[in-house]
Design a protein around this ligand. Structure first.
Ligand SMILES: Cc1cc2nc3c(=O)[nH]c(=O)nc-3n(C[C@H](O)[C@H](O)[C@H](O)COP(=O)(O)OP(=O)(O)OC[C@H]3O[C@@H](n4cnc5c(N)ncnc54)[C@H](O)[C@@H]3O)c2cc1C
Length: 462
């Protein structure tokens, strides 16, 4: 347990502070432990019940897919996590074999691959990670505690701590905490841009691309009598055909989370009749057929803040030292592509790499250098998410040029060709799971298949 000192007259070279104890904050704290003597993770919510949903993470009521790349990175950071998830009842899923997936046309072929993972509720995953982190004597978690501002040196050249506001009446009333590095992982509503302007710096420019996707989700008991050769189902929305999609996602304790989504303001309703009618109106009514017989375990939850938003800290010319941001505070994605947690893990790895470089190189401009490296890593998931969202005429902020439209046409061919090619489908799945870069789909063999298909008519829709 650290002693909370209010003395900010000097930096605390041994301490790092993380603002926000959700996925990006937890993973940042994990890597900071390897570089600092003390890491203080500050979370606004109380987290007394590790498996309860909390106001700061409303998304935990919805499907939360951990992509294979994310699963691998989390296992690297927390060895034994996958086994702990299994012990807690999370199903093991081989994504290309156990999932029914209606993509661009037909149901995709199912085949074996090494793309596997555990499917579970977001609260279980976060709870197990927090538990493992708390086992480190270097970590202190302050809950019910909000960061209200940054502390800086006289000329605002360096951030050297945070100002706290305790939300629980019985908490220690230490209002200031010093640190050598502050990491902002406070999510989409991050106050860092306005803190920077108050300090005399520019706020980062923002790019926003909004497909106006809305979610509605409900938890169900998996019917005991159900015999199925699949574990989960995705019916994708398809531009020009149907703006509605849905996912049935198995989680611990024989439950399903079913999330329905509609693009372009076609938001799913949250009343029972409307929810089922929406499920019935997907390209195929498979989810409706299952849900009408299944026992609901929850109300229907709604979520609509799904825009892609990138705060470009990497474009700033000046930034104070001692502060960086990551996770949704920097780049939040349309959640339908399931990239947020995996990108948070990749960002934590980038922070780790940059801190290792600091040991051998100059500390000057660490904040800007980190953000430049982070931006390189964010580019691919950003292009994948916004490229897909840009297909919809209702999407705001997307301006696909000639090159983007050519790529879309190319990938359209790939998604149709893979309906009859398990090998191509596997490569596509590896890209979606962020195990391979999208350029894997530009391998010569695949380009030849696509070129050969140009003379043929390809049925694309249903
Ligand atoms: C509906 C929905 C579905 C999603 N589905 C998926 C999915 O399938 N797969 C996937 O990988 N990702 C998904 N995501 C994205 C994923 O949830 C996030 O990318 C991931 O949680 C990382 O977010 P974060 O930690 O940066 O921010 P958040 O999860 O937003 O957490 C921010 C944290 O900071 C705390 N906080 C905020 N301000 C302060 C402050 N001033 N002081 C102290 N604490 C503060 C909040 O209480 C909160 O705990 C989904 C997101 C949404 C909205």
């Amino acid at each position: 347990m650290i002693s909370l000192v209010a003395d900010t007259s000097v930096d605390s070279p041994r301490r790092a502070i993380v603002i926000g104890g959700s996925m990006a904050g937890l993973l940042a704290a994990r890597v900071l432990i390897d570089h600092f003597a003390e890491v203080v993770l500050i979370e606004r919510d109380g987290v007394s019940d590790p498996l309860a949903t909390r106001p700061g993470v409303p998304q935990s009521q919805h499907v939360h897919v951990l992509l294979t790349q994310g699963q691998r990175l989390l296992e690297q950071l927390f060895p034994g996590l996958a086994a702990a998830l299994t012990a807690a009842g999370a199903p093991t899923v081989e994504w290309t074999a156990d999932w029914l997936m209606l993509g661009a046309g037909k149901w995709l072929p199912r085949c074996s691959s090494d793309l596997s993972g555990r499917t579970c509720s977001r609260t279980l995953l976060e709870g197990l990670i927090r538990q493992r982190l708390l086992a480190s004597p270097k970590l202190t978690l302050l809950t019910g505690c909000q960061v209200e501002g940054l502390l800086t040196t006289k000329e605002n050249q360096r951030v050297n701590g945070v100002q706290l506001h305790w939300r629980t009446p019985d908490a220690a009333s230490v209002p200031l905490l010093s640190a050598a590095l502050v990491v902002d992982a406070s999510g989409r509503n991050s106050a860092l841009p306005s803190w920077l302007t108050q300090m005399g710096y520019d706020a980062p420019p923002e790019t926003m691309i909004n497909a106006f996707l809305g979610y509605a989700s409900r938890w169900y008991e998996r019917p005991k009598s159900l015999e199925a050769d699949w574990q989960g189902i995705t019916v994708a929305a398809l531009e020009g055909v149907n703006s509605r999609g849905g996912v049935l996602y198995p989680i611990e304790n024989d439950r399903w989370i079913v999330t329905l989504g509609g693009v372009g303001h076609d938001y799913p309703p949250t009343d029972e009749t409307g929810f089922l009618a929406f499920a019935r109106s997907l390209r195929v009514p498979i989810l409706y057929d299952l849900l009408k017989e299944a026992q609901p375990l929850s109300p229907i939850y709604s979520y609509r803040r799904t825009e892609n938003r990138w705060r470009h800290y990497e474009r700033l010319h000046h930034m104070p030292e001692g502060i960086v941001a990551l996770g949704d505070a920097v780049c939040a994605f349309n959640p339908v592509y399931g990239q947020g947690m995996t990108t948070a893990a990749l960002s934590a790895m980038t922070l780790d790499r940059c801190l290792k470089q600091v040991q051998t190189q100059t500390r000057n401009h660490f904040s800007l250098r980190f953000h430049k490296q982070l931006a390189r890593q964010l580019k691919t998931p950003w292009l994948m998410a916004t490229g897909e969202d840009g297909r919809w005429s209702t999407t705001k902020g997307a301006q696909p040029g000639r090159r983007e439209r050519l790529m879309q046409k190319y990938f359209d061919r790939v998604t149709v060709l893979m309906q009859d090619s398990p090998a191509l489908m596997k490569t596509f799945a590896e890209v979606v799971h962020m195990v391979k870069p999208p350029t894997a789909l530009l391998a010569p063999g695949i380009v030849l298949q696509v070129l050969a298909s140009y003379g043929k008519r390809i049925p694309n829709t249903n």
